[in-house]
Design a protein around this ligand. Structure first.
Ligand SMILES: [Zn+2]
Ligand SMILES: [Zn+2]
Length: 304
């Protein structure tokens, strides 16, 4: 470890992030560089959760279409990610505990659940981050004009928010992911269009929180919110408070899309949680020896 690296803190674990330009069209750097950045940033445990490959061409992102990519390319990149992440677990052993995950998509509606189960089985991932990025097959976190299209389709931002939380709850009930990604991502681009905290939207969010509690999933306190004008990590303070009352656990996610974002905002997110009365987070880790090392979950205090 370099002398400048911060001391290891047990709570300092990110479970959502580690995207790299090697395997993601909107990220930068190589996965190995991302993990070197995690060592330099003082992480002892770092989870990587590359995007699951979208299996239908209509879900390709504009930059992927511009590059001439297709679903076969996404699938091949994801398989390569599974292999490389496995290699890097070994390569970093003793310096950094690398956890292998992926960020599941709940699209296409008819096939996503079976695809997710198959990715996990085939590649032996340690955990899954369950996220929703689409409402009515329109991305709600990409370009403002796309969110506007989703709003036009549903008639209001409020209706989009309700649909988002309903999709989130259904995904959680089906998948019971270890981690739920950026719980209120629908907030990201919403401000110019109105509020996603109206009474019906709040009720829908509460139902999704009930699904989180029932599934025993961990809520990702996601620092991308600090980088996108939301002004705080996802989820919003009222959601953190409500989740805490329901006994739901929290983890950190830097949602890093390149080495330069590794660890970004984690200290701020810790302060955010402490300010909302949350005194501990859930972490995943490996226990045991060599190839038999098992992934375990535990609660660690945020103090110190
Ligand atoms: Zn991404
Ligand atoms: Zn995401």
């Amino acid at each position: 470890m370099s002398p400048a690296a911060p001391p290891i803190r047990p709570w300092r674990v990110s479970l959502h992030g580690g995207h790299s330009g090697e395997f993601c069209g909107h990220a930068t750097g190589r996965l190995e560089e991302v993990l070197e950045a995690a060592v330099a940033a003082g992480f002892a445990v770092f989870g990587v959760s590359e995007h699951a490959p979208r299996s239908a061409p209509r879900f390709l992102y504009p930059e992927e279409v511009e590059r001439g990519w297709d679903v076969a390319r996404l699938a091949a990149d994801f398989a390569a990610y599974a292999e490389e992440s496995r290699r890097l677990v070994e390569r970093f052993a003793g310096r950094l505990t690398v956890l292998r995950g992926f960020e599941a998509e709940a699209v296409p509606a008819a096939t996503w659940a079976a695809e997710t189960a198959e990715h996990r089985r085939r590649h032996g991932f340690d955990y899954v981050v369950g996220s929703i990025h689409y409402v009515d097959e329109v991305p709600i976190d990409g370009r403002p004009e796309e969110l506007a299209r989703a709003i036009a389709g549903r008639g209001s931002l409020e209706a989009v928010a309700v649909a988002y939380y309903e999709a989130l709850g259904a995904m959680i009930e089906t998948l019971a992911p270890e981690v739920v990604g950026h719980f209120d991502l629908v907030r990201k681009l919403a401000a110019p269009f109105g509020s996603v905290d109206t009474s019906p939207a709040r009720r829908a969010a509460e139902r999704a929180l009930e699904a989180v509690a029932a599934a025993g999933s961990i809520l990702d306190v996601n620092t991308a919110g600090l980088r996108t004008g939301v002004g705080h990590p996802y989820p919003a303070p009222w959601i953190v408070r409500r989740a805490r009352e329901m006994g739901i656990g929290f983890c950190f996610g830097d949602d890093s899309h390149g080495p330069g974002q590794v660890g970004a905002g984690i200290g701020t997110a810790r302060e955010y949680l402490l300010g909302l009365g949350v005194r501990e987070v859930e972490v995943l880790d490996r226990e045991g020896e060599g190839g038999g090392m098992e992934v375990v979950r535990r609660r660690v205090g945020l103090e110190g």
